[in-house]
Ligand binder design. Structure first.
Ligand SMILES: O=C(O)c1ccccc1N[C@@H]1O[C@H](COP(=O)(O)O)[C@@H](O)[C@H]1O
Length: 214
């Protein structure tokens, strides 16, 4: 088993290429204008074209207009969509693309019920709820709220960094980890050392769970 990793919120070509060379599985581009990590179409194209093969590109949207999503998809080679707002299942599937539905988890969130509506999603991303922001907050949520079994692969997000990634894997065994703030030098600027430390922590977590299975 290997836990996949997505680093989200790149705004610079060089940092995305560095992440790819560290072995990240996916890089996220934030097409949400209020975010400090927001990228425009031209910069997104530059970043995607600089990446080596076998690195997936995920486009993150928050309750975005269909026309703008379609415009971005026409111009930027995107592998997967990440819907981080209150998008209904029908709104997520109309593009005919792989998609990830993000859920911002609170004490009373009925994760299993939500999954029923998004059965055709490729994964369910669980992030911390924050009333003042839609994501990328660096906040964690209670991992005890994650269902023990789920019909969709779970991507764990929210406040991850190199100090808790290993434990996150050991305790929740997700399909993937997604991190933004925890590998940054400042909002929208990735830190090479933090990215490398995060990947190393994921390898350690994977070793522990693989050893347990032997
Ligand atoms: O990164 C953002 O700015 C962002 C904005 C709006 C919605 C989601 C956003 N990012 C996603 O938030 C989670 C958690 O991020 P963090 O590691 O806690 O900073 C992650 O899935 C990002 O893809």
């Amino acid at each position: 088993m290997r836990t996949r990793v997505k680093f989200c919120g790149f705004t610079r070509v060089e940092e995305a290429v560095y992440a790819a060379h560290l072995g990240v599985d996916a890089i996220g581009l934030v097409f949400y204008p209020p975010s400090p990590r927001h990228v425009g179409i031209d910069r997104a194209i530059e970043i995607v074209h600089a990446l080596p093969a076998f690195v997936s590109v995920v486009a993150l949207f928050v309750d975005e207009q269909e026309a703008l999503i379609r415009k971005i998809l026409e111009q930027v080679p995107i592998d997967c969509l990440q819907f981080h707002g209150d998008e209904a299942p029908e709104a997520c599937r109309i593009y005919g693309k792989r998609y990830i539905k993000a859920v911002r988890v609170q004490e009373n969130t009925e994760i299993s019920k939500i999954v029923d509506g998004y059965r055709d999603a490729d994964a369910l991303l669980l992030d911390a709820y924050d009333p003042s922001a839609k994501g990328g907050t660096g906040n964690r949520f209670d991992w005890g709220l994650i269902p023990k079994s789920c019909s969709l692969p779970i991507i764990l997000a929210g406040g991850l960094d190199s100090t808790n990634a290993k434990r996150a894997i050991e305790e929740t065994q997700p399909y993937a980890l997604d991190v933004s703030s925890g590998v940054e030098a400042g909002k929208g600027l990735k830190d090479k050392d933090k990215m490398a430390a995060f990947i190393a922590a994921v390898h350690q977590g994977d070793r522990t769970i693989n050893d347990r299975k032997i």
